[in-house]
Design a protein around this ligand. Sequence first.
Ligand SMILES: [Zn+2]
Length: 272
Amino acid sequence: MITKYFLVALGFSAIANICMAADTKSAFQWPQKIKAAVSLSYDDAIDSQLDNAIPALNKYGLKGSFYLKLASPTIQSRLADWRAAAAQGHELGNHTLFHQCSRALTGHEWVKPEDDLDKTTLAQLKNQIMLANTMLYTIDGKNARTFTTPCGDLNAAGENYLASVKSEFVAIKSESGSGIAPSMKTLDPYAINVLTPVGYTGKQLIDVVKAAAAKGTMVNFTFHGVGGDYLTTSKEAHEELVKYLAEHNDIYWTDTFLNIMKYVKDEQKKAQ
Ligand SMILES: [Zn+2]
């Protein structure tokens, strides 16, 4: 009987060891002592990003992700500046050619009839998004790409287009929210929510990254104007955040969305 109980106990112990090994295997780990990853993104390819955001990032040695609307006037007028940003290590991402949004939605009266996502078919939009990737390749020579959805609107002529373009991208920022990922283990790389921090103070921006560190996940900011243009964050508030992140780079991993999501996908794969 003693032998039998001993064997049963041994069995439980072996199962417990296997479970512990499985737990270790499935735990999502950031590198070293990092508590949260921070993705600083900038949509629409507007002047104030080249004038204010990139110089602040360069001053503190951080990398951001710039989602170009390829029909933006700056692509022609300041192409050399975008090329220089890519050469400095910033990411150039896809934000479509024409930035179609749904004109029917409340508050979207500014959308021009020719840029109405409700009147763009899924096939047309997909072709345009793929052409945008080719254009980005001609600017920076890179193939791996991420995407942000214009206005967070997902229906091209009534059909959700995300599934049809997923295979072209490492990850997609698709919706508005708190910007803080609830869990890294279950995070869908193609449904990342972003915070658009219009008018935030430096302290408010820093509080957001502190909340992400407390959760141990990641935070995604999508800025537009920085010290100018529209949906603006002041130059001072933006720089206060960038400085804070650089000074606390032992806790916060600030990098391009592409680099962060490659790491996240590798960790998720290990856990499978
Ligand atoms: Zn946009």
